[in-house]
Design a binder for this molecule. Structure first.
Ligand code: NOJ
Length: 549
């Protein structure tokens, strides 16, 4: 491989980077089979470059039976043939690097696919064998082992245990899967597992990958000793601060990450990583330390309602926290697991989003205009904050959740596993609209793997390219300006009205976000960009302005 595939440069590039999440199967289909693919991602390099982000992060593109959208990985060091080949991947990375755009890949270390060669080997091997020790197999309870070892739930409902069938057809042991049955959990006390993931980290780093997003980074290490504790659910609020939970955020998970850090630091520039760790905020710095993964997702704003007080509190708290860990903060408003933020902000406070999706998005009523204004304002606000921003494909078009997907097209395991009581996450994973028309709005030449609604036409790239005030144009302008205005990681809040968040960066770059309804007067200075047009020189409600002194 030629050296040009590697991107050199400042080793702190990630501290204030803007990272664009690509959900490969729904980004761009290059061969008309309805699934987005690697060549599709390569074909959009100019679009991403024009958008102005620093890096892309690819959700899993590895061989997978898609029991959980690719988070069931059958081979960690290959590309799913449905999405392309390793050669296509190399081409893709070269294309992005040639524009100075870095590439993150997603690593899923808590569990593999049940089709992974190791799991198949484990099923064919005896209880107590070395092959079974790579996963978490246990005998069942009850007279004939017919009861699950314990009553732990799965994230996707209902149980975290599935019974195996022995090669001779008799019922066998049970295995643990905190997610779908097709996602057996690894045993991270097993040396082969430890070594194999190090190999994976080197494999992608050698191919020029700049960073890794680590899936469920707080799981991995487990205390499987009996008696098993009762665990009602996996809500973060039940995770204690002392690392004593049997399944999550155990102290010794850091041993794994210290091992990976040695590998990351053996590259120039060091490879970087960001942890998806749903842990109490006070424990986040452990994942974000320079000795471990270096950065951790902060999902606080993604979970926060549209409130100046909550945003301000969360910003203060997280800036302080990231300073303590020696990292920079991360800001996230949307990703492939949650309802799109233009929709969240257009629904009444305290709406239960899962229930709302179950009504096909009819009740309560969505106020699209309000949702989009707030989404645009929120995006500008986070882009003005110190630290890095992770944005999700389609948010630059102001896409809303597709809430009316019918049951028969849903792919998320949550739908079937939870007895069709929750539709799951497909509504934010509908393939992107690139054009105003065509069989799949330019996503591919055939139909898309999830149906796209008619209103996508008015949110397509082609449509928004032609509108001066489109969300796409706003993102481009904000990202360009951010590059020019970016300064060190300091910020000071400026006294403001209760419903306003006003802060200034050291070079006099002011962000003013009006969370209220009434227009507010802006301070003196030069208005660089606003998320909505000024009204008689004032900033309207649900809008953000950037001003320089
Ligand atoms: C978190 C990922 O973001 C989500 O999509 C996935 O279902 C789970 N981890 C399990 O891998």
């Amino acid at each position: 491989m030629s050296d040009s595939v590697f991107l050199a440069g400042d080793e702190n590039w990630w501290r204030q980077a803007v990272v664009y999440q690509v959900y490969p199967r729904s980004f761009k289909d290059s061969n008309g089979d309805g699934l987005g693919d690697i060549k599709g991602i390569t074909s959009k390099v100019d679009y991403i470059a024009e958008l102005g982000v620093d890096a892309i992060w690819l959700s899993p593109f590895y061989p997978s039976a898609l029991a959980d959208g690719g988070y069931d990985v059958a081979d960690y060091r290959d590309v799913d043939p449905k999405l392309g080949s390793l050669a296509d991947f190399d081409e893709m990375i070269k294309a992005y690097h040639s524009k100075g755009i870095r590439v993150f890949v997603d690593v899923v270390p808590n569990h593999s696919s049940d089709l992974h060669v190791w799991f198949q080997e484990a099923l064919a091997s005896e209880p107590g064998s070395a092959a079974r020790d790579r996963y978490i197999f246990r005998d069942g309870k009850g007279e004939n082992g017919e009861l699950a070892p314990n009553d732990w739930p799965s994230h996707f409902g209902p149980t975290a245990w599935t019974r195996t069938t022995n090669p001779d057809g008799t019922p066998g042991q049970w295995y643990l899967h905190l997610f779908a049955p097709e996602q057996p959990d690894f045993n991270w006390d097993n040396q082969e597992v430890i070594d194999d993931f190090k190999k994976t980290m080197r494999f992608w780093s050698d191919r020029g990958v700049d960073g890794f997003r680590i899936d469920v980074a707080h799981a991995l290490k487990k205390d499987m000793s009996e008696p098993y504790p009762y665990i009602e659910n996996y809500d973060v609020k039940h995770i204690p601060l002392d690392g004593s939970h049997h399944l999550f955020d155990r102290d010794d998970v850091m041993e794994i990450y210290r091992g990976w850090r040695e590998i990351f630091n053996s590259y120039d520039p060091p490879r970087v990583a960001v942890a998806e760790a749903w842990v109490p905020a006070a424990r986040r710095p452990r994942y974000a330390s320079p000795e471990t993964l270096g950065q951790a997702f902060n999902f606080d704003l993604l979970a926060a309602p549209w409130s100046a007080r909550k945003f301000k509190k969360s910003i203060e708290f997280n800036l302080d926290l990231s300073e303590k860990s020696g990292s920079s903060s991360t800001w996230v408003l949307s990703n492939h697991d949650v309802i799109r933020h233009a929709t969240r902000y257009g629904l009444p406070k305290k709406t239960d989003y899962e229930k709302w999706v179950m009504t096909d998005g009819t009740s309560p009523e969505l106020d699209r205009e309000l949702g989009l204004s707030r989404a645009r304002a929120a995006t500008m606000l986070v882009l003005a904050l110190p630290g890095s921003t992770y944005m999700y494909q389609g948010e630059e078009l102001g896409l809303f959740e597709v809430a009316d997907l019918p049951g028969q097209v849903l792919q998320d395991p949550i739908w079937l596993r939870d007895g069709k009581t929750r539709k799951g996450r497909d509504g934010c994973r509908v393939p992107l609209p690139w054009e105003k028309g065509g069989s799949s709005f330019g996503f591919g030449t055939g139909s898309a793997h999830l149906p796209q609604p008619a209103w996508f036409a008015g949110y397509s790239v082609e449509f928004e390219e032609a509108q001066e005030d489109s969300t796409l144009k706003l993102y481009r302008a904000a990202l360009k300006l951010r590059k020019e205005l970016l300064t060190d990681e300091n910020l000071e809040f400026v006294d403001s009205k209760r419903k306003v968040v006003h802060f200034v960066r050291p070079n006099g770059w002011h962000n003013i976000t009006n969370f209220g309804k009434k227009p507010i007067a802006l301070p003196a200075g030069s208005v660089q960009l606003t998320s909505a047009p000024l009204v008689d020189g004032k900033l309207p409600g649900n809008a953000t302005a950037w001003i320089t002194e």
